[in-house]
Ligand binder design. Structure first.
Ligand SMILES: [Zn+2]
Length: 403
C-alpha cells in the first residue's frame, strides 16, 4: 500500500463525520438550513481537535456547486468541494497567519474581498493561527469584519483566543472546540484501522488514543509511526518500542525486589533488563511509567481510568501498588527522573543506574528516615542553643520534607 499520512487521508469531510465536536457541527448545520450563517466565525481550541476540518466543511457547505444554495450536505465531488478539501480553491483562501503576520497581507485580502467570487457563492477566508497577526493587521481585518461585503465569510481559527483582540472577537461568532475524549479518538482509530485492513489489539488502540491527550491529530500521527514499523499489525511490542508501556514485566520484576528491600535481587533485575538490549535511559523511562502506574493505583484505586492497564493485570498490579505509600512513590519518580537526566550526560551510566537501584531498594528506609527526623525535629531544640527548659519546641531544620 502506498502510504498516506492518516490525519490527512482521514480528515472528516462532512458535518456528520466530525468526531468529538458534534454540538458545533449541529449548530452550523442549523445556521445553514435556517439561512442564518454569520459573516465571521472564531474557532478556538487546542491543536488537532478539528478546527481546520470544520472550517473546510463549512466552506464546502457554503459553496458546493451541486446545490443551488448553501447546503448542509456538500456533495464532495464537484470542482469546488474537491478543491476546498485540499485547500486549493480560488474562492476559499486559506491563510496561515503564523507566516503572514503583516498588515500588507491583510490589505491585499481586503482589496481582494471586494471582488466577487470567481465561481462560487461566497469568498471564504480561513485564517489559521489568527492570534499571530500584528496589531496593524488586526486593525485592517477589523475594518473588513465591521462592514463585510455580503459575499464574504471569515473563519478565524486559533489555539490562543486570549491573544485575539476583543474588538475582533466581538465581530465573530465564537465556537470553543473541546479536547476529544479518549473513547471518541479510539473509535475513530478503530474505524480507520478497519478500512486500512490492519489488525490491531484493542488495548493498544486505546493506549494510542489516550496518548493523543485529546488531540485527534496527535493520536493519528502516533498511529502513523506505529504503522511505519509494521503496516499490517498494531501490537503491544511495536508500541512499546515507541512509547514506554504503563507496566512492564522487567520493571515489575525489579519493583518486586525493591518492595522486598532486596538490593541484590534488584541489581540482578536491572542487569536482566539491560541484557535484553535496552539502554539505561530507555529502561529508566519504562521504570518511571511503571512506578507512575503503581502510584496512581495506590492513590486512586486499582480501577482508575488514569492508567492504561488491561483488566486481567489490575488485581496483581493493585496488590503490588499497596506495598509502598504515596510519598515513597513520589520519591521514586523523582529519583528515577534524576537518573534519566544524569545518564544522558554521563560516561558511567551503568554505575549511576546501579546506585539508583540500590537506593530504590532502600527507599523505605529513606522515607522512614524522613519521618524519624521529623519526629526528632519536634523533640530536639535547635543546635547551639541551650537545652530547652520546656515550652517552645522548634524544628531542627526545615528541609527534610522537601526531599
Ligand atoms: Zn460539491
Amino acid at each position: 500500500m502506498s502510504y498516506r499520512v492518516l490525519a490527512r487521508a482521514y480528515r472528516s469531510n462532512t458535518f456528520d463525520e466530525v468526531v468529538g465536536q458534534e454540538a458545533i457541527a449541529t449548530t452550523l448545520k442549523n445556521a445553514i438550513s435556517g439561512d442564518r450563517v454569520h459573516h465571521g466565525y472564531l474557532f478556538t481550541g487546542t491543536r488537532g481537535v478539528g478546527k481546520t476540518s470544520m472550517a473546510r466543511i463549512l466552506a464546502k457547505a457554503l459553496n458546493c456547486l451541486s446545490a443551488d444554495e448553501a447546503t448542509t450536505a456538500p456533495c464532495l465531488t464537484c470542482d469546488s468541494c474537491r478543491a476546498v478539501a485540499v485547500g486549493e480553491d480560488i474562492d476559499v483562501v486559506e491563510i496561515d497567519a503564523a507566516s503572514n503576520t503583516g498588515v500588507d497581507n491583510i490589505r491585499e485580502l481586503r482589496s481582494n474581498a471586494t471582488l466577487r467570487p470567481a465561481r462560487s457563492r461566497y469568498k471564504v477566508y480561513i485564517i489559521d493561527e489568527v492570534h499571530m497577526l500584528s496589531s496593524g493587521a488586526f486593525n485592517a481585518l477589523l475594518k473588513t469584519l465591521e462592514e463585510p461585503p455580503p459575499h464574504v465569510k471569515f473563519i478565524l481559527a486559533t489555539t490562543e483566543s486570549q491573544k485575539v483582540p476583543a474588538t475582533v472577537q466581538s465581530r465573530c461568532q465564537r465556537f470553543d472546540f473541546h479536547a476529544i475524549s479518549t473513547d471518541d479518538i479510539a473509535g475513530h482509530l478503530d474505524a480507520i484501522l478497519k478500512m486500512e485492513g490492519v489488525k490491531a489489539e484493542q488495548a493498544v488502540v486505546r493506549r494510542i488514543a489516550r496518548l493523543g491527550n485529546g488531540s485527534m491529530r496527535d493520536a493519528l500521527s502516533l498511529l502513523d509511526k506505529v504503522l511505519s514499523y509494521d503496516p499490517d499489525h498494531v501490537t503491544t511490542e511495536v508500541v512499546d518500542e515507541l512509547i514506554p508501556p504503563a507496566h512492564d514485566a522487567l520493571a515489575g520484576a525489579l519493583m518486586t525486589c525493591v518492595a522486598e528491600q532486596d538490593a541484590a535481587g534488584s541489581l540482578a533485575a536491572l542487569d536482566a533488563a539491560l541484557q535484553s538490549g535496552r539502554t539505561v535511559e530507555r529502561f529508566c523511562e519504562h521504570l518511571i511509567e511503571h512506578v507512575r502506574t503503581l502510584m496512581l493505583m495506590k492513590v486512586c484505586g486499582q480501577d482508575t481510568e488514569l492508567v492504561d492497564v488491561a483488566k486481567s493485570m489490575r488485581s496483581d498490579l493493585g496488590a503490588t501498588a499497596e506495598q509502598f505509600d504515596a510519598p515513597t512513590y513520589v520519591y521514586m519518580v523523582t529519583l528515577l527522573e534524576e537518573l534519566k537526566r544524569n545518564v544522558k550526560f554521563s560516561g558511567a551510566a551503568r554505575s549511576l543506574a546501579d546506585a539508583a537501584v540500590v537506593r530504590l531498594s532502600m527507599s523505605r528506609q529513606f522515607t522512614d528516615i524522613d519521618r524519624i527526623l521529623e519526629r526528632l525535629d519536634e523533640e530536639v531544640a535547635p543546635a547551639g542553643s541551650a537545652p530547652s527548659t520546656g515550652g517552645a519546641k522548634k524544628k531542627l531544620t526545615p528541609t527534610h520534607a522537601a526531599r
